[in-house]
Design a protein around this ligand. Structure first.
Ligand code: ADP
Ligand code: ZN
Length: 432
């Protein structure tokens, strides 16, 4: 049932004690960095007074920009000779930021990730095809070491090269794949249309999905297309990478590795904590890392803690699916719209295929939202009236969710840019 029962089922009070012990060490390590020693000094912070999780709230936040400003190693707490690896974030929203790891950090991360994968039902007999980017991006190597620690055979295919992915999957009987949701949809389509193979007939039984926001509807679509059981996995390079929170087989949220992180959920505008169970921005303090003890990091990711306990017996709290990033939010004619809301609606419509694109521009000083939607090929052989009807169904459903009236454009399958890694689905011409 468990990879490490003692820690996975730890009682709350013991967990808090462990977190606070680790917090003390993390603050001492932070104080050894150029960045934090200066920040603490400027704010008259005496870290020896920060003893509890409540006290932690007195400390300033750390942002992605702080990481950029301290480039290359202003946030590194150990001498260079103790560092065994570095990674860099993919730079979705700007210049990349660098994270360092000691030998201990790498092995602790592997144990964290292995535990999460185990909770999703992965065992040593599994063949694990890891289709996340290897290299500076944490997605590939992060789960790679977890898979090895579990004793699985790991196939490090990385992203792209669909023909090779398919060949290896068939020849080595991959049972679990780790893949971005957008690439899962694309690859499934390639297998079905170009190889004339039903993805459901392949040996893959489970998919670990992560690295980008996606909706429940997209997850269902992937499960249907591949005939797999899909599990959500959340992470960000600043907090190690994938495996920060992992869905267990009860599939009711992702257990946060709370022995590694102290989490807060705040209102992104006021920065005050939100009431328990409400959505807000996730703020994480890494308390189990030697090289980069990041304090109160504003992830920009919007989620909430799911109230109650999980049927699996794990006591670590569960995060809800990430709704999006606070900086992803589009303001269209004054209305706040998250791309994930749009995705949730269109992916729930059976005629809609596997890709879409959101384009926002300005016409005569008015914001316009265009949603380009790929339809399955069979839809184009029928009646034009049917297409018009479908268009108005989609328009109305979207309007009821996002208030804004979109212009829908239908596209042939495979005509929108395909994603091999993290998908770029929003083009905002107002910002270009
Ligand atoms: P960057 O911030 O440059 O994209 P990362 O590669 O570290 O750098 O990406 C981490 C981000 O990816 C997270 O902050 C989050 O927005 C997104 N992400 C990762 N996993 C998930 C997931 N399971 N669901 C939704 N979003 C995710
Ligand atoms: Zn659980």
């Amino acid at each position: 049932m468990f990879f490490n029962k003692d820690i996975e089922t730890i009682e709350r009070s013991s967990l808090v004690k462990l977190q606070e012990e680790r917090l003390k060490k993390a603050l001492e390590a932070a104080n050894a960095t150029k960045f934090y020693s200066q920040r603490f000094k400027e704010n008259n912070i005496d870290i020896s007074k920060i003893k509890t999780i409540e006290h932690l709230r007195d400390l300033p936040f750390t942002t992605k920009n702080d990481l950029r400003l301290s480039y290359p190693d202003g946030m590194c707490a150990v001498p260079r000779e103790k560092v065994v690896r570095m990674h860099a974030s993919s730079g979705t929203t700007g210049k990349s930021t660098v994270i360092f790891y000691t030998k201990k950090d790498v092995s602790e991360w592997a144990a964290q990730v292995a535990r999460g994968m185990y909770s999703a039902g992965m065992r040593s007999t599994d063949v694990f095809q890891n289709m996340m980017g290897y290299g500076l991006f944490t997605g590939g190597l992060g789960l790679h070491y977890g898979g090895e620690l579990l004793g699985c055979m790991v196939i490090p295919t990385s992203t792209g090269n669909s023909p090779k992915q398919i060949e290896l999957m068939q020849d080595f009987g991959s049972t679990i794949m780790h893949i971005t949701p957008s690439y899962a949809l694309h690859l499934g389509e390639v297998i079905r249309n170009e190889y004339k193979i039903n993805p459901r007939d392949l040996p893959v039984k489970k998919a670990i999905l992560g690295a980008e926001p996606y909706s429940e509807e997209t997850k269902k679509k992937i499960e249907e297309l591949w005939g797999v059981d899909a599990y959500n996995n959340y992470g960000l390079s600043e907090m190690n990478g994938p495996g920060v929170a992992f869905e267990c087989t009860h599939k009711s949220g992702m257990h946060l590795a709370e022995d590694y992180y102290i989490a807060e959920i705040i209102n992104p505008e006021t920065c005050e904590p939100v009431p328990d169970g409400e959505f807000g921005e996730l703020v994480l303090t890494h308390v189990n890392r030697e090289a980069m003890p990041i304090i109160r990091y504003r992830t920009r990711d919007l989620t909430r803690f799911i109230p109650g306990t999980c049927g699996c017996g794990r006591t670590m709290r569960r995060l809800d699916r990430i709704k999006g990033r606070s900086d992803d939010m589009l303001i269209i004619s004054g209305v706040n719209v998250f791309p994930s809301q749009i995705e949730g609606v269109i992916m729930g419509i059976p005629e809609v295929g596997n890709n879409y694109q959101i384009v926002v521009d300005r016409e005569n000083n008015l914001d316009r939202l265009h949603v380009r939607v790929e339809l399955y090929a069979k839809m184009f052989s029928g009646d034009v009236k049917e297409l018009e009807k479908l268009k108005s169904v989609i328009t109305n459903r979207l309007k009821s969710v996002i208030i804004v009236t979109p212009r829908i454009e239908f596209c042939e399958p495979g005509s929108l840019p395909a994603s091999m890694g993290k998908a770029v689905r929003v083009i905002d011409h107002r910002k270009l």
